[in-house]
Design a protein around this ligand. Structure first.
Ligand code: DAH
Length: 347
């Protein structure tokens, strides 16, 4: 016959094993409380081992084994719960929730100056123009003298220059016309090239002017090139670029072309903005152009008796301001994302 105490203790141990088996925890604190409840200095096992002293000698081997088993089961459970909670919190910090949908990737956008520059290149490359580039730091010869602007020429004052060195003069190019000269020095006609690039002028910064801006220069040299070729090329350009097919050429003066002209396009007077940007005339000036001066050809070792050509130059900022209705040139250089992200869809 088993004693009453034996039966009671066996039942209690069985219940406790069930409790351990069913226990689950969602935090390390819960696991610790569960450990203390069983294994703490005032815990259940401590109590049971105290009772164990009263068990009959012939029964205490069985109860002793059951108690040791209970302690081991509790210890294993606590360790297993701790491990799994610690691992899962590490997983979270490394990978986040792997089942969440991915964050949308934030795409950047092209700068409006790049968009307009690429469009100009695209339009001219369709009629056989190549793209050429030259240095931003120039010498006096390529920026001025070879372009028919000798020393003391009054037109030099039209382009306030940043000088880097004096005698011989080294400067930041004031226009991309300098690339014309370099290209002619290195290539034989026929020549068809456009030269986009950054230019520098010592000017006060305002809504309409900046000391750094961008231009595209164009140069066409061959036998029998006439002013009519220039006009048709510009007409093609304005149609493709702006969708406008009415232009006019106003006589003007540039030292490197003769005759010279400024190109206006008829923008229209349909909206209030049209009135504003054309000052109520409907016409807008977009570039300078002309037939390359024979002196310039000669300076680049091209015989002006055999060859003739035309050249043109335009400001990229000015065209971008027109196309996108940008009111202040400084916006191009501030890199404010609220400004830049508006050009996402216009590539
Ligand atoms: N270089 C001139 C400027 O910066 C623009 C220009 C006018 C270029 C007439 C040309 C041209 O090639 O023929 O204002």
């Amino acid at each position: 016959m088993r004693s009453n105490l034996f039966a009671k203790m066996k039942d209690r141990i069985k219940d406790l094993l069930d409790e351990i088996d069913n226990f689950n925890a969602d935090s390390l604190d819960n696991v610790e409380a569960f450990r203390i409840k069983f294994l703490g200095s005032k815990g259940i096992l401590k109590d049971l081992f105290t009772n164990f002293k009263n068990v009959d000698v012939c029964e205490n081997k069985d109860i002793g084994q059951s108690l040791n088993n209970l302690r081991k089961t509790e210890t294993d459970k606590v360790n297993a719960l701790k491990n799994s909670l610690e691992n899962s919190s590490q997983d979270k910090s490394n990978y986040g929730d792997l089942t969440r949908p991915a964050e949308p990737i934030n795409l950047g956008s092209r700068h409006p100056i790049s968009i307009v520059k690429n469009k100009i290149i695209d339009v001219f490359s369709r009629i056989g123009f190549t793209v050429s580039e030259g240095p931003e730091i120039e010498d006096d010869w390529h920026n001025f003298t070879a372009l028919n602007l000798p020393e003391y020429h009054p037109a030099r004052d039209m382009q306030d220059t940043f000088f880097i060195e004096k005698d011989p003069d080294i400067l930041l190019r004031t226009h991309t016309s300098s690339v014309q000269v370099r290209y002619m020095e290195n290539h034989k006609p026929p020549i068809r090239t456009i030269s986009p690039g950054r230019v520098f002028r010592n000017e006060d910064i305002s809504a309409r002017a900046h000391c750094i801006f961008h231009q595209v220069e164009g140069l066409y040299i061959d036998t029998d090139v006439s002013f009519a070729d220039l006009k048709q090329t510009l007409l093609y350009f304005t149609k493709e670029m702006f969708g406008k097919s009415k232009i006019r050429l106003r006589p003007s003066y540039f030292p490197f072309t003769e005759p010279s002209a400024e190109v206006d396009i008829y923008w229209g007077l349909e909206t209030e903005t049209d009135y504003k940007i054309t000052k109520g005339t409907g016409w807008l000036e977009i570039m300078g152009c002309g037939m390359v001066d024979p002196n310039v050809l000669e300076n680049a070792n091209i015989d002006p008796l055999v060859y003739s050509g035309f050249a043109f130059g335009m400001g990229i900022e000015r065209i971008a301001m027109l196309l996108y209705q940008i009111p202040d040139i400084r916006m191009f250089y501030e890199n404010d994302v609220r400004f830049l992200k508006q050009f996402k869809l216009v590539i």
